[in-house]
Structures are given as C-alpha cells and as structure tokens.
Ligand binder design. Structure first.
Ligand SMILES: [Zn+2]
Length: 370
C-alpha cells in the first residue's frame, strides 16, 4: 500500500530511529488510521528501557518495535467486514486489545482476556504475542492498524492532541465507575495533580461527584486544580493535616464514599492507608496507579466497615465512547485544561525528555505527525 515513516526501537537502551517501512495491510475486521497525534506517557521510557528486566513476565513488542500508546487520527481505510466506520472519520484508537474469542472475551470482559495487550506498549498475558503478531504498528508511526472494536469516534470539539490523553482519562473513568461514582457521592483522589489523578478529578467532576477531595503535594498545582470547580473540589497538600480527619471534617463525620488511588510506583504506602482510613462504612477503594509498596490492610476493620478494595486496569472502548459523549456535551473539557506540548516525530527523543520536565498532569506531551 506504500511506505510510511515510523520511529522504531532496534535495541533496548538505544534511541528510536526513523525508518521507512510498509504501511500495514488490514484484516477483514480492521481499520487503518492515519495517526495525527500520539501521547507520550510518563512511563514510556521505562517500558522501552527497563521493562524487560523489571517485569520479564510482561511481553513486549518484538524488535525492531514501534511504540506509541495513545493514538488519534483519521480513518484511512477499513477492512471488508467493517461497515459503520468510514474513511475520513476522526477517531481515537483504544490500544487495549483482546483476542475476542476466549472465555473472558465471550463473557464481554475484554480486559480480563489472557491476551490483553497494549498496542505499542506491552502485553499482560502469555497470549499477548498473538496480538503483537497481528498488530505491529502503533502511534509513533504515520499509520497504524487496529481492530474496529478498538475505535472511539471523536466529536468535533476534541482536538487530536487532547484525544491523545484518553488513555489516562479512561483509566480514571473506569475506576470511578467500578467504585460507583455518581451525583451525590464523594471521592478522595490521591496524586491528584499528576497525569492520572488530574484525569480522575476531571472525570469525577463530569460524572457529577458532589465532593471531590484532591490530595497531592504541589500547592501551586493544587490551587490550579481547585480553580476548576471551587465549590466541589477541596484540596489538601498531603501532610498539612491528617487526611482522614480532613475528609471527615467535610462530610459531617462520615468519611468519603470512594477513594481513587492514582499514585504510581515509588510512592509510600502510607498515603493509600490514610486514604482507606478516610472512607465511610461501605466505602470503596479503587487502585488505578499501581503503586508497588505492599499495603498493610487491617482486614478486621475492613470486614466490620464493609470496605471494598478494587483493582482497575485501563477502560473499554465503550467507556472511551462515553467520555467522548461527555466531551461533546461540554461536561468534560480537555482542550480548555491541558497545556499541549507538541513535537514532530523526528524529535521523539526530545519529547521523551520533555515528559520528565512536565509540570504535573496539566502538561500534555504529544507527537504530532506532519
Ligand atoms: Zn480474549
């Protein structure tokens, strides 16, 4: 079908090289997307350089590999069986791809598939290799192929740059849904000024959560966060006062309904313990950040108080489409909040460095294909 440019990693620990390769061919259920923008996520360098050592059980794309997790662009072609997605449509590609035919997939639980894989990133199961064999392109290439079931259609008021942030937004949305977030509920969000935490605040706001307790450290970013909705968003710089007392002080002594833990690896477990202790009876703790320190859980108290602990990974394509309905309606405003920092594909190494210098979750570093 012709040639395209792609940033490929030839050897772990080296830089990307910009290669000319074949545009991928489509299976009957696939869609070809001309990538306009792709997010650079904070963990990308770790995956490229360290995951083979840190997590040898997580399959990586075969070298030379195309990475790039959150891609948005324009449909360029569709397979023979695809009838409701047309060339020219603006879309986001949900990179979380499943096999479509295992026990979990047949039950409609695509993320519990043992082939569940992030295209352009890494896989979670022994069968991820099958997915990488079928789809070896991703967002750091000018074109990528993906199953039609991964396509989220974008409304006109969401830019490609903002859509390249949907991975983190969706992770927060799915976690909030599993925890029962809705109007009338209250939610504590840790790591609230980070990439994932900011997503959780924005989605909680869009879902009508009445009291949002944002916990982080950086006071400047916390102020910026509170300005998004001063009536509903309360902020605490962690350590200023005990988290559970602060939350109880704002909830008539009850505690919060939900605690979304958006803190990632490297953070101390104490923040999570304090967050759990701020929950009301029947409250739900949902982890979306994947912190690596072990949690000392008081199971007797958790039983007596009926506290639930949930792990939540990524989001479904349906949840991605929900978010775009919110964006179309104006209840989820991404472009008005994010500071887009844009690099061309040829400067991908500089973009990876820029992610390390970002100012919390408000900075959105993306590759923009020319
Ligand atoms: Zn499956």
């Amino acid at each position: 079908m012709g040639q395209m440019k792609a940033a490929r990693l030839h050897k772990i620990g080296t830089d990307f090289s910009i290669d000319e390769i074949e545009i991928p061919t489509l299976g009957p259920d696939d869609v070809l997307v001309k990538v306009e923008a792709c997010g650079i996520i904070p963990n990308m360098k770790n995956v490229m350089q360290h995951y083979s050592e840190w997590f040898p059980f997580l399959p990586l794309p075969e070298l030379p590999a195309i990475y790039g997790l959150d891609a948005a662009g324009i449909v360029a072609d569709v397979g023979a069986n695809v009838t409701t997605i047309k060339s020219g449509e603006r879309v986001y590609v949900n990179p979380g791809v499943s096999c479509g035919n295992c026990h979990a997939c047949r039950r409609g639980e695509s993320i519990n598939c043992d082939a569940f894989t992030f295209l352009g990133y890494f896989g979670f199961g022994a069968r991820s290799r099958e997915v990488f064999d079928r789809y070896d392109t991703a967002g750091f290439a000018e074109y990528m192929a993906a199953p039609a079931s991964a396509i989220v259609k974008l409304p006109g008021n969401v830019s490609f740059e903002a859509a390249a942030r949907l991975g983190y937004m969706g992770t927060a949305y799915s976690g909030l849904r599993k925890a029962g977030a809705r109007a009338g509920t209250s939610a504590v969000i840790s790591g609230a000024t980070g990439t994932l935490g900011l997503g959780a605040v924005l989605l909680a706001k869009a879902m009508g959560v009445t009291k949002i307790f944002a916990v982080a450290r950086d006071r400047t970013l916390l102020t910026r966060l509170q300005d998004l909705d001063p009536a509903r968003i309360h902020t605490l710089s962690y350590g200023d006062e005990p988290l559970d007392e602060w939350v109880r002080g704002h909830t008539g002594g009850l505690g919060a309904d939900i605690f979304v833990d958006a803190i990632g690896p490297g953070a101390p477990a104490q923040v999570s313990v304090d967050g759990i202790n701020s929950l009301r009876r029947g409250g739900r703790y949902v982890d979306i950040g994947g912190m690596d320190e072990k949690l000392p859980l008081e199971m007797f108290r958790m039983m007596c108080f009926q506290i639930s602990v949930l792990g939540s990974l990524w989001f479904t394509t349906a949840e991605g489409q929900d978010m775009m309905e919110m964006a179309a309606a104006g209840t989820l405003d991404l472009d008005g909040i994010l500071d887009h920092v844009v690099y061309p594909l040829g400067e991908i190494s500089a973009a990876l460095e820029a992610v390390d210098r970002r100012k919390g979750g408000f900075t959105n570093v993306v590759i923009r294909h020319a």
